[in-house]
Design a protein around this ligand. Structure first.
Ligand SMILES: Nc1ncnc2c1ncn2[C@@H]1O[C@H](COP(=O)(O)OP(=O)(O)O)[C@@H](O)[C@H]1O
Ligand SMILES: [Mg+2]
Length: 251
């Protein structure tokens, strides 16, 4: 960490604007401190995944600055972004697993590029990663044999193989049963507490938000209408936030 670090936050959006056919991000401001978990919530189509794509550098803002891993990545060329993506990794909703490989082979694949391990070491690391996400018993199964929740756990263990500082989760519990959702939430907490991982989780799942998030970014029609502690979200008087929280209570 350089001294006099100009970017104390691990991730920061400073006045970020992005328009496609309509404005999606409109003066978006929020930050994520090292070791912290921030949830991004809001209705479908409001710009949650677009926000994650900006953090990964897959999309560039029309204006504003984006800080990731304590660096201003806004104008970074692809080579610099690849360096950042070794620190910050994304777990896709689909899991993006190789169907022709077993669970263990999928995780091993991510280790192949690491030169600091020999074969025996890699085997131990794969087993350790699978234990970390509680799926050691599925090591020889193929993705097609696994439930959605298990596939997400495999995707998380594969992401961890790269030893990231930060994980971005896009809707990790969508289409997962409540028990597995709870399990994924516990897993995210373990990664935070044991590995001190920083994370951003896009979710519709308020149970997950309350469980894992230190702070919440609430998006509504492009704008951040709430950025603050999870515990204070329920005190918000904003009619859209009230409606969102109350709808969840009845379904
Ligand atoms: N690469 C893109 N090109 C054009 N429009 C996009 C692109 N990515 C997302 N959008 C649009 O931006 C809006 C927000 O999308 P998204 O962030 O995926 O929503 P969500 O909050 O459900 O994750 C949507 O209207 C979507 O169609
Ligand atoms: Mg999305």
């Amino acid at each position: 960490m350089p001294q006099n670090d100009p970017f104390p936050h691990y991730i920061e959006f400073r006045h970020v604007f992005k328009t496609f056919d309509r404005p999606v991000l409109v003066d978006s401001n929020f930050h994520v401190n090292p070791g912290e978990t921030v949830a991004i919530i809001g209705r479908s189509g409001v710009g949650k995944s677009v926000t994650l794509s900006h953090i990964m550098g897959f999309l560039k803002p029309d204006s504003g600055r984006i800080i990731v891993a304590h660096e201003d990545i806004t104008d970074f060329p692809e080579a610099e972004l690849r360096r950042i993506r070794r620190k910050v990794t994304m777990v896709f909703q689909s899991g993006a697993l190789f169907d022709s490989m077993t669970v263990a082979e999928n995780v091993l694949f991510s280790l192949e590029l690491r030169e600091d391990y020999d074969e025996k070491n890699k085997e131990d690391v794969v087993n350790g990663l699978l234990r970390m996400v509680d799926i050691a018993e599925a090591r020889d199964a193929y993705p097609a044999d696994l439930s959605t929740g298990y596939k997400r756990a495999v995707a998380i263990s594969r992401a961890l193989a790269a030893q990231p500082q930060c994980i971005l989760y896009d809707e990790p519990t969508t289409m997962v049963d409540p028990i597995m959702s709870d399990h994924l939430g516990n897993l995210m907490m373990r990664l935070k507490n044991q590995l001190r991982l920083t994370s951003v989780v896009v979710t519709h799942d308020l149970d997950l938000m309350y469980k894992v998030a230190d702070r919440v970014v609430f998006l509504y029609e492009g704008g951040v209408i709430y950025f603050g502690p999870t515990a204070d979200l329920a005190k918000s008087e904003h009619p859209h936030i009230r409606e969102f929280l109350e709808l969840d209570r009845v379904v």
